[in-house]
Design a protein. Structure first.
Length: 260
């Protein structure tokens, strides 16, 4: 016999345990697109406590739809090693270009990142940043439904040694930061420079170059990095997204090892 109340109790108790466990983390990643998930995977592999927050119901960002709902993605040869590590099948299309199934790619990235130890909470939005001594050390969060309904309900606070904004084109966490502390980013103007028009060749290079610390203890990754540092978008080629996640994980892991 199935007990309805026991089902409810199991969900509430187990979710509450997870939430309490991840109130304090090594790294909090806002955005569960390919760069955020990839960063979470590589940090978790190093034994780091990683929380990934996603405001939507589903994770994966824009990878699910491939290009214009043709659910295939392109990955350049420089990033193919990441597909191979995850066991994602890809086929050589032309020299230097590989094609993968978008559904397989993002579902596998997500599954293996969770199995590596990262915790993903969906339906949660970042409302504010937590700052002490001019360093980001956490996030202020609320249910996405609260945000969508414009309800006046106070949020909760999460602590993290490092925060990654991987929210894509909108650069949500960085925008909140600029609104609250002014133009103090590590950009030429101190402000968000804004995303430039499509130029895949330059955008793919720049997204890796721009994956870096943008304010003390706050990093940007994926399309967020190009939006903040004023670089082009690149469309349905995802090697740069994966390499960006890989790079930000490396950079933060170095900092964690040094205890800085």
């Amino acid at each position: 016999m199935i007990d309805d109340i026991l089902i409810s109790r199991a969900i509430i108790e187990e979710f509450s345990k997870d939430l309490l466990t991840y109130l304090d983390t090594d790294v909090a990643i806002a955005g569960a697109g390919p760069s955020g998930i990839c960063a979470g995977y590589y940090l978790s592999k190093q034994g780091r406590k990683v929380l990934i927050l996603e405001r939507k119901l589903s994770v994966g960002g824009g990878m699910w739809g491939g290009g214009m709902m043709f659910n295939k993605i392109v990955v350049q040869k420089e990033a193919r090693f990441i597909l191979e590590e995850f066991g994602i099948v890809s086929r050589r299309y032309r020299q230097g270009y590989y094609v993968a199934d978008a559904i397989e790619a993002i579902s596998t990235l997500c599954s293996k990142t969770v199995k590596a130890g990262a915790k993903i909470f969906n339906l949660i939005s970042v409302e504010d940043v937590r700052i002490e001594r001019e360093r980001v050390n956490g996030l202020v969060v609320n249910w996405s439904a609260v945000e969508m309904s414009a309800l006046h309900i106070d949020p909760l606070t999460l602590s993290a040694k490092f925060v990654v904004d991987a929210t894509g084109h909108s650069a949500e966490v960085v925008r909140i930061l600029v609104k609250k502390v002014g133009k103090n980013l590590f950009t030429p103007t101190g402000d968000i420079l804004g995303e430039k028009p499509m130029w895949a060749d330059k955008g793919e290079v720049d997204v890796v170059k721009n994956t870096r610390e943008v304010y003390p203890n706050l990093y940007v990754a994926g399309m967020c990095a190009n939006a903040v540092f004023g670089a082009p978008r690149m469309g349905p080629i995802f090697g740069g997204m994966l390499l960006s996640g890989y790079k930000v994980a490396e950079e933060i892991e170095k900092r964690l090892k040094k205890g800085k």
